[in-house]
Design a binder for this molecule. Sequence first.
Ligand SMILES: NC(=O)c1ccc[n+]([C@@H]2O[C@H](COP(=O)([O-])OP(=O)(O)OC[C@H]3O[C@@H](n4cnc5c(N)ncnc54)[C@H](OP(=O)(O)O)[C@@H]3O)[C@@H](O)[C@H]2O)c1
Length: 288
Amino acid sequence: MGIGPSLTFNNGVEMPAFGLGVFQSSKEDTAAAVRTALEAGYGLIDTAAGYQNEAEVGKGIRDSSVARSEIFITTKLRTRDFGYESALRAFDASLTELGVDVVDLYLLHWPVPRIFENTVASWRACERFLAEGRARAIGVCNFTPAQLSTLMEQTEVVPALNQIELHPFFVQADHSETHRKLGIVTQAWSPIGGIQRYRGDGSAERDPLRHPVIAELARKYGKTPAQVVLRWQLDLGHSPIPKSINPQRILENADIFDFALLPEEVAAVSALDTGHRGGPDPNTHGPT
Ligand SMILES: NC(=O)c1ccc[n+]([C@@H]2O[C@H](COP(=O)([O-])OP(=O)(O)OC[C@H]3O[C@@H](n4cnc5c(N)ncnc54)[C@H](OP(=O)(O)O)[C@@H]3O)[C@@H](O)[C@H]2O)c1
């Protein structure tokens, strides 16, 4: 399923490590981007109810020449639908929008620390989707190690995956180390530092793709900065899900399976960590 390596979840389900993100992909652009990606060999599409493009993701899948069985679909429960009963309704709505009976991975989009019991109730609903076979795996996004252990103390199923902000300027190595110990896959959102650009001031200092260490590696390997950063993600064992609606960049981002960084080069990219996140803080994030 898909180009590149796979990662195996704690319940035995396999997921392609590399995929396409569609956050901020407009309704007009999404179906074409999904189709282009699938036909270029992407095996994983990452959407969310909150992105308001699940229907267009479903259309892109149906328009493509790739069989549903060859495609791994992730979607997410938005925090405004947290709660057991509301999660049941939101999940049904996502399946309808996507036009599928089963989703491969269903994620809680954010923890809601102020009312964590709602987060737990939503996770119990996810456990039900898993038991019913309507989600092949379930996981979370943006959980800190402490939030993961609170969830795991109160529920049965260990999340298969945690999707977190992770790029060369915000590496969160403590998170991936915790995930490794718990058997949870680390998935990187903003894997090429998108959040540093679309939420930033446009300066080179904020953009990992313009950092001299990454530019030098790109020159050495005859690759682009984005390809070097995506290769770094794979070399660390992460699942990167870069977003693009541009056909050329969709192809560029997938052309990363014919080289690998040396261990000291992986370490040099990891050393660019600033410790400063570009996105919201999971410790204070509220319902959206
Ligand atoms: N769980 C969460 O809370 C959460 C939060 C954020 C994101 N995500 C997921 O993670 C996915 C990826 O994250 P992201 O969209 O924030 O950031 P990203 O993938 O790191 O970067 C995307 C941005 O970079 C541009 N881009 C794509 N390929 C490029 C290339 N080769 N060279 C230069 N620029 C390039 C894209 O523009 P073009 O489209 O014009 O190419 C877009 O502006 C999202 O789409 C979403 O699925 C999840």
